[in-house]
Design a protein around this ligand. Structure first.
Ligand SMILES: [Zn+2]
Length: 218
């Protein structure tokens, strides 16, 4: 997933917030897009329902033995589609948001360097958000797959984080999965009152997904 675990020096590294980073080929994506979705389904509807949905996506094997490395992006795409096909829209959004929330929780626990977890929340949100966008940009293919990610932060007094994925392969209407991932990460590290809006969406026929977050600090 997106972060190095080698210290805040990596977060303060050479990437810029405006970097566009493409996926390697064939496009792969972090396994938590699958693992945490299975966890969310099991928690909300039980293991039996999770198995039905995973099997309908052709991914039953991943419930028995969760993937331990990057997966083909077509796998979470198929899983998200199966969730939307088998559940009412509001319930599908709830599952995807819960999966995104759990994915962000995993990233915070296992991929954000402990020093960065400690320092970023103490910085002004305008600084912390720029550092986090820069770090995410360098590892974006792990959650953007074949999409092209760009991130930037506008304003210094009331920083607005604008995150864009052109050709987002995991787009579902309103992108509750991405929204939850970003809101949890930025809310925890850059301002406890981070709010997210999804301004443009590939699932609505646009060529990019755009999420904007407002980090207001504690
Ligand atoms: Zn979207």
């Amino acid at each position: 997933m997106p972060m190095s675990n080698q210290g805040i020096g990596r977060i303060l590294g050479h990437g810029s917030a405006g970097d566009a980073v493409a996926s390697p080929s064939p496009a792969r994506i972090g396994p938590n897009a699958v693992i945490q979705t299975g966890q969310a389904l099991s928690a909300l509807y039980g293991v039996g329902a999770a198995r039905l949905i995973f099997e309908s996506a052709g991914l039953g094997r991943h419930l028995e033995a969760p993937p331990t490395s990057m997966v083909d992006e077509h796998e979470p795409v198929a899983l998200f589609a199966a969730i939307r096909a088998m559940l009412p829209p509001a319930e599908a959004d709830r599952v995807l948001a819960e999966a995104g929330y759990r994915t962000a929780h995993y990233i915070l626990d296992h991929r954000i360097p402990p020093l960065a977890r400690k320092i970023l929340p103490k910085l002004h949100p305008a600084i912390a958000s720029r550092l986090l966008v820069s770090a995410i940009a360098r590892h974006a293919w792990t959650f953007a797959g074949s999409g092209v990610f760009r991130g930037r932060v506008m304003d210094w007094t009331k920083p607005r984080v604008r995150l864009e994925i052109v050709g987002n392969p995991l787009a579902t209407p309103g992108c509750p999965w991405h929204g939850a991932v970003f809101q949890r990460l930025f809310g925890t590290l850059c301002g406890s009152a981070a709010t997210a809006r999804h301004l443009e969406c590939c699932a609505s026929g646009q060529n990019r997904c755009v999420t904007e977050l407002l980090c207001t600090g504690t």
